[in-house]
Design a protein around this ligand. Structure first.
Ligand SMILES: Cc1cc2nc3c(=O)[nH]c(=O)nc-3n(C[C@H](O)[C@H](O)[C@H](O)COP(=O)(O)OP(=O)(O)OC[C@H]3O[C@@H](n4cnc5c(N)ncnc54)[C@H](O)[C@@H]3O)c2cc1C
Length: 436
């Protein structure tokens, strides 16, 4: 066991890692460094959000099992339990998805109230809230009463606070580059202000910023193999909210999570989350985009906008339209009069297979990667750290080691509906026309 750990990034990957580390090794030195304080009013982390879907409805049996493990903790552990809401899920399926999920539950020996419901019958469920949704090309609707959602940011803050109480140090600083000793071993990080933090093991949990940080570190160290290449792409997705009026709130307060499942040829799945305590109902949109830019002279990669807050509150008209589209395909006339009040762009790290990367970095000893939630990582918050620890200690199962490796065969992104296919620059407002 190493005696000191530096975790860069305080989203679900970083915080879960710190929590599991300090629980297992109470006297180890565990430090998290993040550009935002953990209780800030606004953060750039994808994990920091009003709410996230927590479900085990996966056609991939590995994530189905992992999500069940995480959900058991969300449902029973007093640290997570206050943030989980078992509202059920209503998943409109255009493929064999429903049946695959049901089969996975069976194979894993899990009993749950879940079924594939014919469209006519499904439309009448939940007081007909989804009656006017888009059902074109739909095979059936997966209804799983045991899925739900979590108050994402509140849970993140609570688990971070608990980790600090257990002995984790939290440093608020922008990391500029990684630091290496002459042998090439990673020894820590250098912050934008010039401070150096060192540790035996450095774990990057930096989400969408990972490609950029490794690019900067490749330049400062001269080790070009640090770069992510085509392993990781930073992608953005728009979220939007409406505050429900009294009447709508009465109808929608007990709604399940809604998912519109599409296929790779049409686009990503989109979702709608039940109202928060402030009566805000949320959607995420269908346009997943890169933001390719020159981050260093001659180096073009996708990265969040350079502003400190990733420009996340600055949402262009076409992206707001994307939320309007989502509203329409879920609620049709039922939501036609809702006013969209809040919009945010959420940045995550994607891989072509949607698998995480939880792996040593092959180009530097002492450096590890644990991120790439690929648009679905939040729900695993309670257990991510357990697997990161297994990776750090060389104890990951063969299957997970291969699935989450830094170097592995990566499938063609054309097969992945949730791959960033747009460029952000093509989704911005048109510049005003010059007045002659
Ligand atoms: C719109 C949207 C909806 C989603 N919905 C769901 C959902 O319903 N359910 C679900 O399970 N998942 C969902 N996800 C996916 C999930 O949010 C992410 O996969 C997960 O939160 C990623 O966690 P992370 O720890 O890797 O990254 P993040 O949460 O982004 O955390 C990275 C942290 O690193 C810090 N950081 C980065 N670079 C630096 C630096 N140089 N210096 C200092 N700090 C740095 C950042 O400040 C940040 O706090 C969604 C994602 C998006 C975008």
């Amino acid at each position: 066991m190493a005696s000191s750990y530096l975790i860069v990034g305080a989203g679900v990957f970083g915080v879960s890692t710190a929590y599991h580390l300090i629980k297992k090794y109470p006297s180890a030195s565990v430090t998290i460094v993040d550009r935002d304080s953990y209780d800030a009013d606004s953060r750039v982390a994808a994990s920091w959000d009003w709410n996230k879907v927590v479900r085990a409805d996966y056609d991939d049996i590995v994530y189905c099992q992992l999500a069940l493990e995480a959900q058991d903790i969300f449902k029973t552990d007093p640290l997570w339990q206050p943030y989980f809401h078992e509202t059920g899920i209503y998943w409109i399926c255009r493929s064999e998805y429903a049946q695959d999920v049901i089969d996975n539950y069976k194979k894993l020996g899990r009993k749950a109230e879940l079924s594939a419901v014919p469209v006519d019958e499904a439309r009448k469920m939940f007081s007909g809230l989804f009656d006017d949704a888009d059902y074109s090309g739909v095979k059936e609707v997966l209804v799983n009463k045991t899925s739900g959602w979590a108050n994402a940011g509140d849970a993140l803050r609570a688990v971070t606070k608990r980790s600090i109480e257990l002995g984790v140090k939290y440093v608020t600083a922008d990391v500029a580059t990684l630091k290496f000793e002459p042998s090439g071993r990673c020894t820590g990080v250098k912050t934008e202000k010039g401070d150096v933090l060192t540790a035996d093991k450095v774990v990057l949990c930096t989400g969408a910023f990972t490609p950029r940080l490794l690019e900067q570190s490749a330049q400062s160290s001269g080790n070009a193999d640090l770069r992510v290449g085509d392993r990781i792409v930073a992608g953005g997705i728009t979220t939007g909210m409406t505050t429900l009026d009294d009447e709508s709130y009465k109808r929608f307060a007990k709604m399940p999570v809604g998912v519109q499942g599409y296929t790779a040829s049409t686009g990503p799945f989109i979702g709608s989350l039940p109202p928060t305590r402030d009566r805000e109902l949320k959607w995420w949109g269908q346009k997943i985009f890169k933001n390719t830019q020159e981050v260093l002279p001659g180096r073009y990669i996708s990265a969040p906008p350079p502003e400190r807050d990733y420009g996340q509150w600055n949402v262009a008209g076409p992206l707001k339209q994307d939320i309007q589209f989502a509203n329409n395909v879920f609620y049709g006339k039922n939501g036609a009069n809702w006013k969209m009040e809040k919009h945010r762009i959420c940045w995550d790290a994607f891989t072509t297979s949607s698998d995480f990367i939880i792996s040593p970095h092959v180009a530097a000893k002492g450096l590890y990667i644990a991120t790439c939630g690929s648009f679905h990582g939040y729900k695993f918050f309670p257990v991510l750290g357990k697997y990161v620890l297994q990776m750090l200690e060389g104890e990951l199962s063969k299957e997970l080691k291969e699935k989450w490796a830094w170097d592995r065969e990566r499938p063609d992104p054309a097969l992945n509906p949730d791959w960033p296919r747009w460029e952000m620059k093509d989704l911005l407002d048109a510049p005003p026309k010059a007045k002659l």
